[in-house]
Design a protein around this ligand. Structure first.
Ligand code: ASP
Length: 351
């Protein structure tokens, strides 16, 4: 009798457990089919940023503005070509970011800002929405294109984040191009360091040249390819006059970069410490996933409401799984642009 009772309860328990398991399973085939029923509004889409901050028309010559617009357009064209020909969002993001890393205009790669010690320490990250794989590097000093190192960490290692000498050793082992530290010298960034040192502040603080010091020149790219796969990447020199091997949000997955095929891809730029504490890139994705809001609403809630309340300046570029685009920012300007499969393209700088 007793063993019959035990058997009875065991059957009930197993049945209840199975029911519960079915309800909790987030990605059943059924839900996935339902999710893909909504058609994509764009066959592919690509969005870029070249940093946000005190970017005002009055502080820029026509030549400077032209140079930025041209470089942003060049970057968009590189990514657009890859996506148009059926290439992956990962390749589009990588190649697009490399265009900006190779330009002295942005605070990434060639144009990276100087640390307090007068060197360039660069961070980058990469995430693939399909697999949720991610890779990031921090504190690189001799790698020409940090985004390549971040992607290699994702694809060629079992890790997510590598830093300093170790990250550089790994990148060299992967055959990624190394340059002399002099390659990253630019007069403009050196002057910024001298100014920042006088006031003993980092880039975002008030200084003699407020406009220059309040710019975040980080670069980023997010893309949706024809296969419906999302990818995101971000690359930066961090903040002028930074000390103590400081890392911002860029190498922190979920803070500066995030991609999830079920929601969206996000790349951020701004005062990194806030973006880390508010897990900004992931928060935008989570609002879509948990609250069911659209991309625009999610981006605005995080960048224009949450961050504004606490004084975290910056912005984000986002594309969702349908090809919707959003580029929220709470600063005076953000270098930004997008291109879609139907040929729609726009490059903007100011509010
Ligand atoms: N987010 C970067 C950092 O804090 C800076 C930037 O966006 O320019 O390192």
């Amino acid at each position: 009798m007793k063993s019959l009772k035990i058997l009875f309860f065991a059957v009930i328990f197993i049945f209840a457990f199975q029911q519960c398991g079915t309800e909790l399973k987030p990605n059943t085939e059924e839900t996935q089919t339902k999710k893909t029923e909504t058609p994509k509004i764009a066959d592919f889409a690509l969005v870029i940023h070249g940093g946000a901050g005190t970017i005002l028309k009055k502080n820029m010559t026509d030549e400077q503005e032209k140079a930025y617009r041209e470089k942003l357009n060049e970057a968009l064209s590189v990514g657009e070509k890859i996506l148009k020909e059926g290439g992956s969002s990962m390749d589009a993001v990588t190649q697009t970011i490399m265009v900006m890393e190779n330009s002295p205009l942005f605070n990434a790669g060639k144009g990276a800002v100087f640390t307090n010690e007068g060197i360039n320490e660069m961070d980058a990250s990469f995430m693939e929405g399909k697999t949720m794989n991610a890779g990031a590097v921090g504190g690189l000093t001799v790698i020409k294109n940090p985004i390549l190192a971040a992607r290699a960490v994702m694809e060629k290692s079992e890790h997510v984040l590598l830093t300093g000498n170790g990250a550089e050793t790994f990148a060299k082992e992967q055959g990624i191009e190394v340059v002399d530290t002099k390659y990253f010298y630019t007069d403009r960034r050196w002057k910024s360091l001298e100014r920042a040192k006088k006031t003993e502040k980092v880039e975002l603080s008030e200084s003699e040249d407020e406009a220059e010091e309040k710019k975040h020149g980080t670069v980023g790219c997010v893309a949706l390819d024809k296969e419906g796969n999302l990818a995101a990447g971000t690359s930066t020199g961090g903040m002028t006059n930074k000390k103590y091997n400081r890392f911002g949000d860029v190498p922190i997955i979920g803070a500066g970069t995030y991609a999830n095929n079920n929601t969206c891809a996000v790349s951020c730029t701004g005062h990194g410490e806030y973006f880390i504490r508010w897990a900004v890139a992931h928060d935008i994705s989570a609002m879509i996933e948990y609250k069911g809001v659209d991309l625009e609403t999610a981006g605005k809630a995080v960048i224009n409401e949450k961050l504004v309340k606490v004084g975290g300046s910056g912005g984000a570029i986002c594309v969702d799984k349908y090809g919707n685009i959003s580029m929220p920012f709470n600063s005076e300007g953000m270098y930004r642009g997008f291109v879609k499969a139907d040929g729609t393209r726009k490059v903007s700088i100011f509010k």
